[in-house]
Every structure is written in C-alpha cells, then in structure tokens.
Write a protein that binds this ligand. Structure first.
Ligand SMILES: [Zn+2]
Length: 103
C-alpha cells in the first residue's frame, strides 16, 4: 500500500531499527518511514500503535470505527425518515381535529 511520501514497512529497515517514540522493534500492523534521518540518531520510524495514538489525539478514527459510524448514520437516516412520515401523519390528524372543532 502506498502512503504518499511516507512509505509503509513491516519492520524498520535502517538503524536504529525501532519506533522513535516508543522504541518498539516490532508492531503487528507495521511502521511508517518518516523519511527523516538524523546523522546521530538514525532513521525515524513510527509504529502503527504510536501513529494511531497520535491520530486519535488529533481527532482521527480507525477505518473500523468509521465503518461503525457510517452504519449507525445509515440506521439513523432510516429512523429519521420513518419518524418524518409519522410526524406528517400526526400533523395531518391535528389539522383535521382543529378543523372539526372549528378552531
Ligand atoms: Zn511506537
């Protein structure tokens, strides 16, 4: 999978060979290569756990969470349509009752 200017890797390839924030050498879902190398510290990689934590702090959500939200939105729209139809029917009844009462 391409990630623009930040390649995705299963493991860090260059020294020091770990995530620059948590120093983890292995991450189940992989690493992002920041493409930044310091002469003294080496290559800066970011593991997915740290990346997700940073993204969550910035308001981002995982693909799975977004799928759940989209499904919830779909159900809410269906419910909204159902209630709108019911509201119109009740409004019609209210108008008919008012007319019958001469209001
Ligand atoms: Zn990390």
């Amino acid at each position: 999978m391409t990630a623009g200017r930040f390649p995705r890797l299963p493991v860090p390839l260059l020294a020091p060979g770990f995530c620059f924030t948590c120093r983890k050498e292995k991450c189940g879902s992989g690493f992002t290569d920041t493409q930044i190398t310091d002469d003294w510290l080496g290559r800066f990689y970011l593991c997915d756990d740290c990346l997700m934590e940073m993204g969550r702090g910035a308001g981002m959500r995982s693909a799975e969470e977004v799928e759940v939200l989209v499904a919830d939105l779909g159900q809410a729209r269906v419910e909204c349509e159902r209630l709108t139809v019911r509201l119109r029917a009740l409004e019609t009844i209210r108008v008919l009752v008012q007319e019958a009462q001469g209001v």
